[in-house]
Design a protein around this ligand. Structure first.
Ligand SMILES: *Cc1c(COP(=O)(O)O)cnc(C)c1O
Ligand code: SF4
Length: 359
């Protein structure tokens, strides 16, 4: 269930009037729409996912380390892009709990990137001068085992429309801020009715030039990119610069379904960028990263960031040394045009921007 309870609708700006047609999720009825139904059918245990992949859970090379606070969650459409019978499948490794999660490793912390210190009002992180990040949802369609926010105390986030008043008041008075990043969790996990209220409030802020989404849904649940959502985004993009930063780590995550979702977003006026996380055994290879960049370009997406893994508890088994990351970027420069080489960065608490790790 989304976190924001049903509350009265505030004054409408009129900007997003053509959202809210019957196909719009949750606007006219409480019936789950297709993507929500798909979520009901998602894999919620490692065992069921493995059986779907023709893998015997009893043969698992490592224990499945179930974490009740961060259980397995994988939509079938994402699982269908995994190679059956392959324990080392790069998509499976992103979502299957492994023994490393329970290991405590010095230097790996609950809040590795200083998110809590930069939370200026509940639900709003203001870390970098010109842009602020709103954690509008605490839910995702998939649970990525390396997630940098897997320990974030979402329970303390604002609830209801009124709960967000403080965040919007802050944005109104924060003079240097001309961009908001809608994040979470995954902002597109909100239904259209809740999203519409947020976009209306964003559209009503004159100083705001850009609305940016950080979302993994176009990749892990492409059916979320449905006509009602696209209509809202199209309206928004007439008033503000619209950027959608997706998150794919391996070319196998891209298929015809993501291609359709991404071209829908582009047609709605969004600029598309990708962020990936460098991870051992998944994409720490120059050919794999080059294929990812090529796959993204073919679907209209520019590679933006390649993140050095944030050192969050339970994720040490994904870490790749920075020296190797630098070598990989060097190798990519020989293989790809400049625009297809992502910026390799690390996030360091207290720094004014994400730290570049290669020139
Ligand atoms: C990463 C991040 C941003 C966006 O940073 P860019 O370098 O502009 O992509 C904004 N706010 C927070 C809190 C972030 O972690
Ligand atoms: S989609 Fe993003 S926020 Fe959600 S679990 Fe994955 S990495 Fe974390």
């Amino acid at each position: 269930m989304p976190i924001l309870p049903k509350t009265s609708v505030t004054a409408r700006s009129g900007l997003l009037d053509h959202a809210g047609r019957p196909e719009t999720a949750g606007t006219t009825s409480r019936e789950p729409v297709r993507w929500q139904k798909e979520m009901q059918d998602a894999f919620r245990t490692g065992e069921s996912l493995l059986r779907f992949l023709d893998l015997d859970p009893a043969q698992a090379p490592e224990g499945l380390a179930p974490d009740p606070a961060f259980p397995v969650l994988v939509p079938q459409s994402f699982a269908s892009r995994m190679v059956k019978g392959d324990w080392r499948d790069p998509l499976l490794l992103q979502v299957l709990p492994r023994d490393g999660e329970t290991r405590s490793v010095p230097g790996f912390l609950a809040d590795a990137v200083g998110d809590l210190a930069s939370q200026v009002v509940p639900g709003l992180l203001h870390k970098y001068d010109s842009r602020a990040l709103l954690m509008v949802s605490h839910q995702c369609a998939v649970h990525c085992r390396y997630c940098f926010r897997r320990e974030f105390p979402y329970g303390d986030m604002p609830r209801g429309q009124a709960g967000w008043d403080e965040a919007w008041a802050y944005l109104e008075s924060a003079e240097g801020v001309d961009e908001i990043v809608l994040s979470g969790g995954d902002p597109l996990f909100l239904d259209n009715r809740r999203l519409e209220r947020i976009l209306e409030r964003a559209a009503a802020l004159p100083r705001l030039r850009t609305v940016r989404f950080h979302t993994r849904l176009p990749i892990v649940l492409p059916s979320r990119i449905e006509p009602g959502l696209l209509a809202m985004l199209r309206s928004l993009s007439e008033a503000k610069t619209l950027i959608v930063v997706i998150h794919a780590n391996h070319a196998n995550e891209l298929d015809a379904g993501t291609g359709r979702a991404l071209s829908g977003l582009r047609a709605a006026g969004a600029m598309l960028l990708n962020q990936a996380v460098l991870m051992a055994g998944i994409n720490d290879d120059a050919d794999v990263l080059a294929d990812l960049s090529r796959g993204l370009l073919a679907q209209g997406v520019l590679p933006y960031y390649l993140h050095q893994l944030d050192r969050v508890v339970g994720t040490a088994h994904f870490e790749t040394p920075e020296a190797k990351g630098r070598d990989l970027i060097e190798a990519l420069r020989g293989k790809l045009p400049g625009y297809a080489v992502p910026r390799y960065v690390r996030e360091t608490a207290g720094e004014p921007f994400k730290t570049p790790l290669s020139v």
